[in-house]
Design a protein. Structure first.
Length: 209
């Protein structure tokens, strides 16, 4: 698990999704969750640098400070028992959209990968706070991904691989949506019935794991 977290963090960093040591990843453990440390470049992070926390923030193992967003991760695990991993990025296009405090509407059927008809943007709250954790859980209600206002992206999954894939797809959708709006064309949104059909199809193929 430690090697997988480091590998995923470095891969997302290489994509430009974690600028200036931003963003963080975690995986659920039997005792709580394992999370990336605070302020350490991912290229320099070793498996031993990860910190295991209980859901109340108590340090279970590790000598470094956990990510400043540990409350966000803990709140997601507490609210979503199906979540096995949480990925938080500052990917450029999705973060730009979050700074307009707008989510991603159903302009493309792949928005259903997040679990519903759209990808919401949370209410704004200061980074690292319980208020941000609460806003994140609210924006994720019935969803597996959300934008965080003036901040970035959060995605959850049963596995780290599925959470990472979803975070990458949110960025792809944000890029497409912003490109469409920049072109001056108005997006034609899928209807609720059309999105329900997509969700049913994804469920049949197990695409939302």
């Amino acid at each position: 698990m430690r090697e997988a977290i480091i590998g995923a963090a470095r891969a997302l960093d290489a994509l430009g999704f974690m600028p200036a040591k931003s963003g963080n990843l975690s995986c659920r453990t039997p005792r709580g969750f394992l999370i990336t440390p605070s302020g350490l470049p991912y290229a320099e992070t070793s498996p031993q640098d990860l910190v295991e926390l209980a859901l109340d923030g108590a340090v279970l193992s590790g000598a470094r400070r956990p990510s400043s967003e540990w409350r966000l991760h803990a709140a997601v695990y507490a609210a979503r028992p199906e979540a096995g991993a949480v990925v938080h990025t500052h990917s450029p296009f999705a973060t730009a959209l979050s700074c307009a405090r707008q989510g991603i509407p159903p302009f493309h059927y792949m928005t259903a990968l997040a679990g519903g008809g759209d990808i919401r943007c949370s209410a704004y709250a200061t980074f690292g706070t319980a208020a941000l954790a609460e806003a994140t859980v609210a924006a994720l209600a019935g969803r597996r991904a959300a934008l965080l206002a003036n901040h970035g992206v959060v995605a959850l999954g049963k596995t780290l691989a599925s959470a990472r894939t979803l975070a990458e797809e949110v960025e792809n959708l944000a890029r497409q949506y912003l490109a469409l709006r920049a072109s001056g064309l108005a997006p034609v949104l899928l209807t609720e019935a059309e999105m329900e059909a997509v969700l049913a199809g994804f469920g049949d193929y197990g695409r939302l794991g």
